[in-house]
Write a protein that binds this ligand. Structure first.
Ligand code: ASP
Length: 374
């Protein structure tokens, strides 16, 4: 009797989730790749953005997305794709990273970046850099060329010079628009959010055809930051995380809250525990129904389950009073977003033909235009 009921339940579940039935088929399918990028989240109002400005952002996002996609489509690595996508955004003054970074209280531009390789969880990060044109490249060199993970300020710059990086005049990073934001902030005693309404950090996450994940993030931080303030972007586990067993995440938002929640690693951990069959079959108290459910998750991780997990972590950020967003790719190639602001500059592309950039709206709107769960 008991087994009849369980069989009925399992049959119903297979009917409800047809992707499970094709798990074997999918294992034999072509290798797939996937990439998602962001250029910051925040209060973005379509009525306050001119068509020209919107077109400029969309073109810049598309350029970054194409740079990463091309590498992945040609069999390149997720690590290379992440850097290729971030570099044009660091060089573009529209974004708060590299050129166009926000100003500190003292009127300088101090850059942060981090990168992580999901194959072995090797990571590199820099903070407070003022003379390296592409901080994401320096973060990666910390990962590959030093025994450390995280370098700061002058030490990071000394390492850069020793590694053959060219010294960039600090003026390269400064733009008039960002300087005006700082001046307004100082004159009117405003907060960083009052003058910017958005964050503007850039990031990329990717899955390559070998099944490897990578994540990277780069930023100028928040306007008027002082006392050596460091946000989440260069903090591995907060703004960036990649682990082949679960996901790759890059975040943007009010960094203090993302550090407190440990957003990027928290999402990966919840996804890993959520569909790791070993974790669950080891529990004696596991019911047969739980076993069926967890087998489903382990065989064919379900996109709506993953979206729920990501949203649950972002809900914690919101509960504490923070806002922002994340981009994420999974080992199956799902490219997902979650944000609790009115907009996030973002884009995604996959080997299944998805290729889109967007600015406003939530993940629901983005989901609707994607190909079916694969
Ligand atoms: N998260 C960054 C920080 O707090 C800001 C951003 O996302 O733009 O420094």
């Amino acid at each position: 009797m008991k087994s009849t009921i369980l069989c009925a339940v399992a049959a119903t579940l297979f009917a409800l989730f047809p992707t499970l039935a094709s798990a074997q088929e999918n294992e034999d399918a072509e290798p797939r790749w996937s990439i998602a990028i962001h250029g910051g989240a925040g209060t973005l109002d379509p009525d306050r953005m001119t068509p020209e400005r919107r077109a400029a952002y969309e073109a810049a996002l598309q350029q970054a997305l194409d740079a990463g996609s091309e590498i992945l489509a040609n069999g390149g690595s997720a690590m290379d794709a992440v850097q290729a996508a971030i570099i044009p955004m660091e060089d573009n003054p529209l974004f708060n990273a590299g050129r166009g970074a926000v100003f500190t209280w003292e009127g300088t531009n101090e850059l942060d970046a981090s990168i992580m390789d999901g194959r072995d969880r090797s990571a590199g990060a820099v903070t407070g850099v003022t003379t390296v044109r592409n901080p994401i490249l320096l973060a990666d060199r910390v990962r590959t060329g030093s025994p450390h993970v995280f370098l700061m300020g002058e030490g990071a710059e000394q390492f850069a010079v020793e590694q053959g990086f060219e010294v960039t005049p600090p003026e390269w990073f400064a733009t008039e628009a960002r300087r005006r934001s700082l001046e307004r902030m100082r004159a009117e005693a405003l907060s960083a959010l009052d003058v910017d309404h958005k964050f503007g950090t850039v990031g990329a996450v990717a899955l390559d055809m070998d099944g490897n994940l990578a994540a990277g993030t780069s930023t100028g931080g928040m306007t008027g930051k002082r006392w050596g303030r460091i946000g989440d972007a260069p903090v591995i586990g907060a703004g960036t995380y990649a682990d082949n067993r679960s996901c790759a995440v890059s975040a943007t938002g009010w960094g203090e809250y993302f550090i407190r929640v440990g957003v990027a690693q928290e999402i990966c951990t919840r996804l890993r525990i959520g569909y790791n069959r070993e974790t669950f079959t080891g529990r004696e108290a596991l019911t047969e129904l739980e076993r069926v459910l967890n087998t489903m998750r382990s065989q064919r991780p379900n996109k709506s389950f993953q979206q729920t997990v990501i949203d649950s972590v972002m809900a914690e950020v919101a509960e504490l009073g923070g806002d922002g967003g994340v981009i994420l790719v999974t080992p199956e190639g799902h490219a997902l977003f979650s944000f609790n602001t009115t907009g996030m500059y973002r884009g995604r592309a996959t080997s299944d033909g998805v290729n889109e950039v967007a600015i406003f709206g939530g993940h629901v709107e983005a989901e609707a235009s994607e190909t079916p769960d694969h």
